[in-house]
Design a protein. Structure first.
Length: 751
């Protein structure tokens, strides 16, 4: 079986062959002509190319004519992919092989829904659409994303129907009168679809769970979890398995480990945290060097492979952080008890211990299982107080020295090409009923960055240790957190856009990160900071888990794993198991099953992240629905063919100014320049422009805010009238920090 690296290579080669035939679609080629075109001489490579051509023919991407020559299928080809039903009129099918998305009119979906796995018969785009994106029609539904939908039930005397919460499901579901359980009108419910609609008939279903009255906090949070297929309680057998674990640590277990209970150790976490999965130890050695230990809860000691606890942890793969709660990966006895590094308790840990010389250079490292005893629990605010202000606390010198070392490591990281994106999160103040009474930016200070830097160090060094431990081939298999370089096409688009503001961003892969950092430094505090920083983040690839050690572009680390949060991330548990296996002298683990687990963990992480964003969006919409009407300052964060997205600076809430409400002119979308332009008056609304808006309407069910444009700030209205090609002048103003969803706590969030 080919390795993931070989599969990636073959996939890229296959795409190159298809592109060659597509570019030369006016003629056909024999296999020999193809080999000559690619300058292939050796027999083995010719066989590889011939096999890939045969696969493309089988997939209806290429055609073999009567003479045996091959040409591009100008008419149609079939592709397998997932439906992304972006609006009521059309969807995209995202091909599994990474090819271009395929545009599908809603009428051609043939009853496929958002998230379904389908086969689409694709064809060249019509001249009407003037787009290079292929069009298509769904010919087969291979797999439904889910048979369950969440939404509000509308009850009538003779029947009922479900209005789905998902913004990408556009049809109601018919519910027979005898299939609604005890649901009341306007309750939130989970419905199982028993028959998908066809030929104009509605889908039909039955209520399987009543979540509660729509609008109540618990109901809405549970409905978000259900919408994304995420659990909010544990099966009884899992709770029983956790309850049966002994709390007392056996003396025999302590003897197997390095005993670090006498070394100064403490935790630094959010003030409301209950699961403390990492601790820092600090001591000065007799030789004058400093020893710093990063100690991580030894979840793998309690969660054995194949056990009930392990199966459930793998299924979840991650904890989910909604606005008002955490849905843990592990039962509370483990997450908040046995595995939580609480102060004044002996705890079993897996540790990375580093000895640093006077120049903060690591001269010795050690990895292994330990037992620790945390002396103190700091909230971030308490640690920050010791960093900033004078105090007679005995740990002031320790915290400040750790902060100094962390800063030096951070500086070195940026010097080596780590990308400096400082994104911000929002936090809510909730009342006793869970209603938002305040929303604020979450500010990261030195105490947060101190912990982050040592977690990054441990993750990096564990990955390096495993990779370098085996000098010959094959290398040890490991679970890596990888982050690929930006897509060249996206990078070129971003570079061209930045140039409009007078900034140079290189597209040279070797210098991209330094160029990005220079840009971030140059735009700080300027009016264009928000637009360029937001677009830069969008240009980046998404981090994921893989057994392929391709490195982490954003951090500029050639090897990087997730080791530091096994309470809330299953890949960290996998990393712990593999590390101990290699410390024990084990041979390279089988790659294929681990790669499947990596893919599952990446997929579950995305679901959790989407649910987290949905909960934030819900609370933002709820906050604005309760807010007194007023005019807000905002900034344009997106432009589409149906309107302008605006983020309100005061609350970080995003809403939509609909195109139909811009009644002074008809506007065209200039997609490449991230703007819309008035046909008659030439007025331009561009990504990053500062505007003033009022809330027109809020829809809690759909988690949307409709805004009314009441003015442009700094006299920008009409500035670009009747001049579409003129270079855009950057608006000036105070610094605006965009919101983001990178979890700032721990290991660089989702890096």
């Amino acid at each position: 079986m080919p390795s993931p690296k070989e599969l990636k290579f073959l996939s890229g080669l296959k795409a190159e062959i298809l592109e060659f035939f597509e570019l030369n679609d006016y003629r056909s080629y024999s296999l020999n002509q193809l080999h000559k075109a690619f300058a292939i001489r050796d027999r083995k490579t010719k066989e590889i190319y011939s096999d890939l051509v045969a696969k493309l023919i089988a997939e209806n991407r290429l055609i073999k004519n009567e003479e045996g020559n091959i040409r591009f299928d100008n008419e149609s080809f079939q592709v397998t992919g997932r439906v992304d039903h972006v609006n009521a009129r059309f969807a995209f099918v995202i091909p599994e092989d990474g090819a271009k998305d395929i545009w599908v009119a809603t009428g051609d979906l043939n009853n496929a829904k958002d998230g379904d796995k389908v086969i689409v018969q694709a064809r060249r785009p019509s001249e009407k659409r003037k787009n290079d994106r292929p069009e298509g029609e769904v010919v087969q539904i291979l797999e439904r994303r889910s048979a369950e939908l969440v939404g509000v039930i509308q009850v009538t005397p003779h029947y009922s129907f479900l209005i789905p919460d998902s913004k990408k499901i556009y049809e109601d579901v018919y519910l027979p009168k005898f299939e609604i359980k005890d649901a009341k009108h306007l309750d939130k419910v989970i419905v199982e679809v028993t028959r998908w609609g066809t030929d104009g008939k509605k889908a039909e279903g039955r209520v399987i769970k009543v979540l509660g009255k729509a609008g109540e906090n618990d109901t809405e949070m549970h409905s978000i979890l259900a919408e994304y297929g995420l659990p909010y309680d544990f099966p009884e057998e899992v709770e029983k398995a956790a309850a049966s674990i002994l709390v007392q640590i056996p003396a025999t277990e302590i003897k197997k480990r390095k005993d670090m209970r006498n070394v100064l150790t403490f935790t630094i976490d959010p003030i409301d945290a209950k699961d403390f999965d990492d601790a820092i130890s600090y001591q000065k050695l007799k030789n004058g060097n400093t020893e710093i230990g990063v100690h991580i809860a030894d979840v793998a000691h309690y969660v054995k492979p194949g056990s009930v606890l392990d199966i459930e942890a793998y299924k979840r793969a991650t904890s989910v952080y909604l606005v008002d709660r955490v849905v843990p990966m592990l039962p509370e006895k483990l997450s908040n008890g046995l595995c939580s590094l609480r102060p004044n308790e002996d705890k079993l840990t897996f540790s990375a211990v580093f000895e640093l010389d006077a120049n903060d250079t690591i001269v010795k490292e050690w990895f292994g299982r330990t037992v620790i005893h945390s002396d103190r629990r700091f909230a971030y605010e308490q640690a920050q107080e010791l960093i900033e202000n004078d105090s007679d606390d005995t740990l002031v010198p320790v915290i400040r020295d750790l902060n100094r070392i962390a800063k030096s490591y951070r500086d070195r990281r940026f010097e080596h090409g780590s990308v400096n994106f400082e994104t911000a999160e929002v936090r809510f103040e909730l009342d006793g009923d869970g209603k938002p009474i305040g929303v604020y930016p979450r500010i990261r200070k030195d105490a947060h960055k101190l912990i982050e830097e040592f977690m990054l160090l441990a993750n990096k060094k564990v990955a390096e240790f495993v990779f370098n431990k085996k000098k010959d081939e094959p290398k040890n298999t490991m679970v890596y957190r990888i982050h690929e370089a930006p897509d060249p096409e996206k990078l070129q688009v971003f570079s061209s856009f930045a140039k409009k503001f007078g900034y140079q961003v290189t597209t040279d892969p070797q210098h991209v990160s330094k160029s990005f950092n220079a840009l971030m430094e140059n735009i700080e505090g300027k009016g264009e900071e928000h637009v360029l920083q937001s677009l830069a983040v969008r240009t980046m690839s998404k981090a994921r888990y893989s057994t392929d050690p391709v490195g982490h572009f954003g951090l500029a680390f050639p090897f990087y794993s997730h080791f530091t949060s096994p309470i809330r991330r299953y890949p960290d548990v996998m990393t712990h198991r593999l590390l101990q296996h290699y410390l024990d002298g084990g041979t390279p683990a089988e790659r294929a099953p681990l790669e499947i687990q990596c893919k599952h963990s990446s997929d579950r992480e995305k679901l959790a992240s989407d649910a987290e964003r949905a909960s934030i969006k819900y609370k933002q919409v709820e906050y604005m629905s309760l807010h007194e009407p007023q005019v807000f300052d905002g900034i344009i964060t997106g432009v589409t063919e149906f309107g302008i997205f605006v983020e309100i600076g005061e609350t970080s809430c995003e809403g939509l100014v609909r195109m139909v409400d811009l009644n002074d002119d008809f506007y065209d979308l200039d997609k490449n320049n991230y703007r819309i332009v008035g046909k008659s008056n030439g007025r331009v609304f561009t990504f990053g422009d500062k505007v003033q808006v009022k809330v027109r309407d809020t829809n809690l069910a759909k988690r949307t805010i409709d805004l009314e444009l009441v003015g442009m700030r700094s006299g920008l209205v009409g500035k670009f009238a009747n001049n579409r090609s003129r270079k855009r002048e950057a608006p000036r103003g105070g610094r605006v920090i965009p919101k983001g969803k990178e979890r700032g706590r721990r290991t660089g969030g989702r890096r």
